[in-house]
Design a protein around this ligand. Structure first.
Ligand SMILES: Nc1ncnc2c1ncn2[C@@H]1O[C@H](COP(=O)(O)OP(=O)(O)OP(=O)(O)O)[C@@H](O)[C@H]1O
Ligand SMILES: [Mg+2]
Length: 365
């Protein structure tokens, strides 16, 4: 059993609270990703679980056993760090074998485990080399290999791919996901990269300022963000936000966004017209904005006039930045076939089925 429970966990460094009342249950075999901006408490949460930091308050359990008082080596976990922390004077084999030797495992057993892990990671040709004779990607695999040989109940990984270039990251990401499937062990993975989080996690725990905002599946985080922060953090380019005003005329409620009146009953029927304390913010994802000549037949909504300020042709998509007459900035992911010119003014279609609304506390309504 290697389920994990954070129960009202707090970590303070002096007066500063790095992790603030963390409650989180992680299932046995789950791949959970901690994500959030720099300094939000991701690494600290992982280090508390690993036993590398003491817990100020609350209980962390692995399986059904509280581990607050246990030293790191008694927690049955293995951690891969961003820096890899390989021993430079030791061969790859010895780096991978080191922890098993400390445990006093028989020589033949160690050899078998190291070779099997090396094969799984495709580094069996490199066992005699020293870390400085390896590429970044190969070092990263050695660091993962060193964790695998221990057959821990839980793998902890703190930004293990951040030293790799973009292409290698994509490959290594797939390898770690495959490894998780093969090993069927609980993985907890820290990253500040939301794409990594979305592609790898069974569930993602989004943190901000030491506080867990939302822990959910990638699809639920994307479709049902609990607040404006999660809505803006998940998805690239980020969701657009616009200040809107609620107005009542002739017994109907509207959201006023510049010249546009958005009929709440029609476009946000799941909301009560009087819901939420103003000021209100409207949220629209870039992929829910359409070029007037490329509107799929099942998409309906209202239009907004906007002027092109910047065009980024990505091949498979066209990311275009706009200014609206009211002075809002807006980013849209348009059909790559669209011919868009700089400074051109377009009547963009907004998919009215995909609107988000946030109240004064930035909670999703
Ligand atoms: N040993 C320490 N002493 C004092 N403050 C610390 C210590 N370790 C971390 N902190 C502070 O706690 C906060 C959370 O740090 P943490 O390393 O968990 O952030 P993170 O989310 O992993 O960020 P990053 O993405 O930059 O790695 C930061 O403000 C950091 O400065
Ligand atoms: Mg960190």
């Amino acid at each position: 059993m290697a389920s994990i429970k954070f129960d009202q966990v707090v970590k303070r460094f002096g007066d500063y609270t790095a992790v603030n009342n963390l409650n989180l249950d992680i299932e046995d075999g789950e791949f959970l990703v901690f994500v959030g901006p720099s300094g939000c408490g991701k690494s600290t949460s992982l280090r508390l679980l690993a036993g590398l930091e003491s817990i100020s308050q609350g209980i962390i359990s692995i399986g059904d056993r509280p581990v607050n008082g246990l030293s790191p080596k008694d927690r049955d976990i293995a951690m891969v760090f961003q820096s890899y922390a390989l021993y430079p004077h030791m061969s790859v084999f010895d780096n991978m074998a080191f922890s098993l030797e400390l445990q006093g495992k028989p020589r033949a057993d160690i050899k078998q485990r190291v070779e099997s892990a090396a094969q799984q990671l495709g580094i069996e040709q490199l066992l005699h080399r020293k870390p400085k004779e390896l590429s970044g990607g190969q070092r990263q695999r050695v660091a993962v290999g060193r964790a695998i040989v221990r057959k821990p109940a839980v793998f902890l990984m703190d930004e293990p791919l951040s030293n790799l270039d973009a292409k290698l990251r994509v490959q290594a990401r797939k390898e770690i996901s495959t490894l998780h499937q093969d090993l069927n062990t609980t993985f907890i993975y820290v990253t500040h990269d939301q794409v990594e989080a979305m592609t790898m996690g069974d569930r993602i725990a989004v943190m901000k300022d030491g506080i867990l905002q939302q822990a959910d599946t990638p699809a639920n985080l994307y479709n049902h963000p609990i607040n404006k922060f999660v809505a803006g953090f998940i998805g690239s380019p980020s969701m657009n936000f616009f200040a809107v005003e609620r107005i009542e005329t002739e017994g109907k409620s509207y959201l006023k966004w510049g010249e546009n009146l958005i009929d709440m009953q029609q476009y946000l029927p799941h909301l009560q017209p009087d819901m939420g304390t103003p000021p209100l913010t409207l949220g629209i994802r870039p992929e829910n904005i359409y070029h007037p000549q490329y509107i799929p037949p099942d998409i309906h909504g209202f239009t907004i006039r906007a002027t092109v300020t910047l065009i980024e042709m990505m091949g498979s998509e066209l990311v275009v930045y706009f200014d609206t007459p009211r002075g809002d900035e807006l980013v849209a992911r348009l059909d790559p076939r669209a011919k868009v010119r700089s400074k051109e003014t377009l009547d963009l279609l907004i998919d009215s089925q995909r609107l988000y609304l946030f109240d004064c506390n930035e909670h999703t309504l």
